[in-house]
Design a protein around this ligand. Sequence first.
Ligand code: RTP
Ligand code: MG
Length: 140
Amino acid sequence: MATERTLSIIKPDATRRNLTGKINAKFEEAGLRIIAQKRIHLSKAQAGVFYAVHKDRPFYDELCEFMASEPVVVQVLEGEDAIAKNREVMGATNPSEAAAGTVRAEFALSIGENSVHGSDAPETAAVEIAYYFSGLELVG
Ligand code: RTP
Ligand code: MG
């Protein structure tokens, strides 16, 4: 296993309900280190670029509206096998299918308003981290 970095986003449904600290505690308890973090308010266009991979899916417009509806917390998590480990901590996309104890099982409101985003592969993690952070902001 290698040390990896992954891009995480605490989505508007969670920042609105003051859940950032509780979600960060789950990351840290799993051994993921938060090496960069900031609160930003995405425009719909910025959310659209970030989620461009989903542009032909029926939920794309709704997803971009939601991600731009209120501030998000974007962060870089570092650790052994961080990409898979973070997705384990997040749980399944649909909260009704998420394992007990995961972020989405505990906090997500619906399949769309599901509290967190996490990169799904090393290549996407690199692109997603670079979308939000400069190298100087990553303090490993
Ligand atoms: P994410 O990219 O946010 O980490 O989530 P994921 O890999 O588990 O899910 P993905 O398939 O990449 O979908 C991205 C986000 O789109 C929203 N979604 N809505 N209404 C729907 O059927 C639906 N399906 C997906 C969710 O916010 C999902 O996290
Ligand atoms: Mg995804």
